[in-house]
Write a protein that binds this ligand. Sequence first.
Ligand SMILES: [Zn+2]
Length: 357
Amino acid sequence: MLNLMVAVLYISDQNMKVMQESALLHYAKVFLVTKNQPTLSQDEVSLVFQEPGIKSGYRVPNRSWCYYLTSMFHVNNETVNIWSHLIGCIIMAYQLYSYACEHDFWTDDRRRVVNIFNMCCVVYTLLSAFAHTIHSKSDHIHYTSFQMDYGGVGLYTYATALVGFYVSCSDEVFYSSVEPFFLPLNTLLAWFSCFSCSLGKLFYSRPYPFKRKLWNLFSVGGHAVLCCFGSLKRYYNCFLDDECSMSSLQHHSVYPMFFFASIFFFSSHLPERLFPGRFDFVGHGHQLFHVFIVITSCLQLYAAESDLNHLNVNFVRTWPTWLHLIMSLAALLILDFLTILFLTPFVRQRIEKDKQH
Ligand SMILES: [Zn+2]
């Protein structure tokens, strides 16, 4: 009897191992075998999905949600777009976790603004990775998911202005003039970034003219002026001060270079425009834009951290409360959500127009 029980246990153990192995094999096939997800050439997909200079690697539209979620583990022209921002999201989330372990996350007035910047970076990279994962499903999903991505762009500009103003501003006149209405102004400008990027995508059809990029650049650029204006005077003051070395401002001089590099690759579609078909999977302009903007965000976090510890200003700074920050962020999210709802009929019109081409 005992022998029989041992034999049964042995067989079930073997069966379990076989089942585990076959389950592993199944998941390996689903996630890793690239031939399961064939891709299409540029001519085989509708105009809305076509990117300049990218000739192949397009995912097949109108498949199941699972197809698009697992597409991140397959080779297509969105794989690096998805992972570049997912990895960025993990890096920023890890930074947030480390700061939360080192400092009092909720009650430290000075750190609150930097924490919000960090959180916004986690969210914008996640929204972008999500948009790139699902946008090929249909024309409507394409437009809606990128409107969410533009909401992420608005969130990033909001967070950048927040640290630029509260942490790095050293100009008392600018600070005291703008501070009473900074949060609502920042919310409105961030919403305008999202709104104008969405309008630019809806009003112009592919191949997009450079004018469409100008919509994006001016809305984000206008916001950037608010971010940087308060800290620009530090360069002027340092220039006049014999004891100040410009290298002390290096942490603010480096990240704009990465930011402009990201804007360059975003708007130029280089290098794939010059070498069509050569950078379909790795190295095209949008991937480079993703990588550079993640590096910019990390350097901005480092610069904010450095200013928090070393910048001495000769005026009293008022730090916003959690309630004020959450209210302004909630207002931004509500405005973005209403914008997506408001633009829904225009998305349908755009899709109809795209079909006529
Ligand atoms: Zn993107």
